[in-house]
Design a protein around this ligand. Structure first.
Ligand code: IMP
Ligand code: MG
Length: 175
């Protein structure tokens, strides 16, 4: 049996790496001389943040959060996003870049952004691999996005369907 059922490649590994490099350069320029902290949301952003941080030639720190987006093994969330495990670094007065795999309805990042804002960072921006603009419900936009995509459910490069496909080196649409 093939390890992955039918899927169609949307962005190749090469395209992903080129776009991550482009965004890393922009982040380098924007945060030059500042104390940058990346806060990534696991598990989805693991491949993205690993590649992104290695392309940013600035002193930076990394921390992570676990969120239950309320997907419960479905393609549409059924409950509110919940912070399961928060980051440990003190973010007060620091420049925070929140990193996630995808900005969809925006409910997850909006909730996390509010949580971080309460801790009074010097600044807070968001960086995502994928942006599904037409699905937005919450008032949040990505400051950095590698790709804008239409309203299709995608997998690979960290993104899952029922926890599978995260290890695909490209981004694909299930067929
Ligand atoms: P939001 O709260 O609707 O913005 O959803 C954010 C989370 O939903 C992401 O971190 C993903 O875990 C998940 N998600 C949204 N769209 C997709 C998709 O197309 N494929 C896989 N996961 C998705
Ligand atoms: Mg996720």
């Amino acid at each position: 049996m093939h390890p992955f059922p039918d899927h169609k490649i949307l962005f190749s590994a090469q395209q992903i790496h080129e776009n991550i490099a482009r965004i890393a350069k922009q982040i380098e320029t924007d945060y030059l001389g500042q104390n940058l902290i990346l806060i990534c949301i696991t598990n989805g952003s693991i491949p993205f943040v690993a590649d992104l941080m290695r392309k940013i030639s600035l002193p930076l720190r990394l921390d992570s959060m676990r969120i239950n987006s309320g997907y419960h093994n479905a393609t549409k969330p059924t409950t509110e996003p919940l912070i399961v495990d928060a980051f440990k670094i003190d973010v007060q007065g620091q420049h925070i870049l929140l990193v996630d795999d995808i900005l969809d309805t925006g409910n997850t990042l909006h909730k996390v952004a509010q949580y971080i804002q309460e801790k009074q960072p010097a600044s807070l921006k968001t960086c995502v691999l994928l942006d599904k603009k037409e699905r937005r419900q919450a008032p949040i936009e990505a400051d950095y996005a590698c790709f804008s995509i239409p309203d299709k459910f995608v997998v690979g490069f960290g993104l899952d369907y029922q926890e599978h496909y995260r290890n695909l080196p490209y981004i694909a649409v299930l067929t």
